[in-house]
Design a protein around this ligand. Sequence first.
Ligand code: FDA
Length: 399
Amino acid sequence: MNHWDVVVIGAGAAGMMCALHAGYRGRRVLLIEHTKRAGRKILMSGGGRCNFTNMATGPQHFYSANPHFCKSALKRYTPGDFVEMVERHGIEPVEKAPGQLFCADSSQPIVDMLLTECSWAGVELRLSTRVDEVDVHEAGVRLATSGGEVVADRLVVATGGLSIPTLGATGFAFDLARRLGLAVVTPRPALVPLTLGEPWKARMAALSGLASEVEVRCRDGRYREPLLLTHRGLSGPSILKASNHWWPGDEIAIDWLPAVEDIAASLRQARAETPSRTPAGWLGERLPKRLSQAMTEWLVPEASFDWQMRLSNCSNRQIEALAAGLSHFRLKPAGSEGWRTAEVTMGGIDTAALSSKDFSVKSHPRLHFVGEALDVTGQLGGHNLQWAWASGVACAAAL
Ligand code: FDA
């Protein structure tokens, strides 16, 4: 049978969710995926344990040119709704950080659950199937695929964004949108590690694997989270979150000791109480050893300063300079690791062209876009998957 009520392109988080809900509504649904496996990004997510939702999800955790667009769908399908399905399938959510729910061991049960639900709902899944042509007209939709021609009443494009091409990401949704005259907010890699040029690249590479809680600031973003030093530059939650604010040419500022409220006051107190200690010794108690040693080479407040001198010999000016260096450490990243490792795509199809109720394209009502392909990007912590689930369900309710 080549005529379907609904064809969904992309068997990722949003596509599977949309397909199964449309199937339960009695629609004959075909789900097309160009790779050999469904839900590959879900499998990789959350460090292999899938941070499948965040109980605090709300519009305030999303970036979009229209911050109101995501409200309706997020309200209609909540984290609690997804948890209900997860628990019904015997998956026990593990709260690793406040509100962030993960699988206990592996993401596989989430993909299995979605595939099971798709099969219960009567969805036909066609893997390794390429879509070569899409023709959306008033009476319906016609697709030319590597498995032959397919006709449908409605088409849902759930092919995601551009991040991680090796997991199946393509610009399919953006190309189709542009071809139909829809605006696309320039996509850029987000939640992505930042790279450094020399000499900082070599300096960080020598400390690769070290992590420390810091506060990273970039434009209006400010995140107190762990920072990880890597062979290419900087990563870890603080940097991934800050990367959403970073544009080429921007500097970032790092406070290496966010737990110390006033570094200069703390150093002056140490000078008064333990005058024979050295600045290097003081720092070594507050940062990982190798990092604090490196810092003594990177931070030389003035020529007359010696990290091994006694605190009693440090002037107030030297202490102020040291404190400023530690709390306003400025770096200019050379770039980001790009689509190769970015967790999400910032930007995407401009939501102005779509209905926030059913995700249909106003100028082509038989066509819908859901999930990450849209200009709706969640912060780190389970918000992006919750958006995929919620947008898929909201769209299905109108199919
Ligand atoms: P998604 O990318 O999931 O699915 C798109 C599907 O379409 C894919 O199966 C793809 O192969 C297919 N496709 C693409 N082009 C096609 C074409 N031309 N024809 C047919 N099929 C096509 N989020 C979160 O909330 N918690 C987390 O823990 C993580 N962790 C995480 C880790 C890593 C490494 C990454 C890369 C991403 C995350 N994310 C995340 C983000 C989250 O995975 C992402 O936002 C959602 O999977 C997006 O869901 P979509 O269904 O929109 O796209």
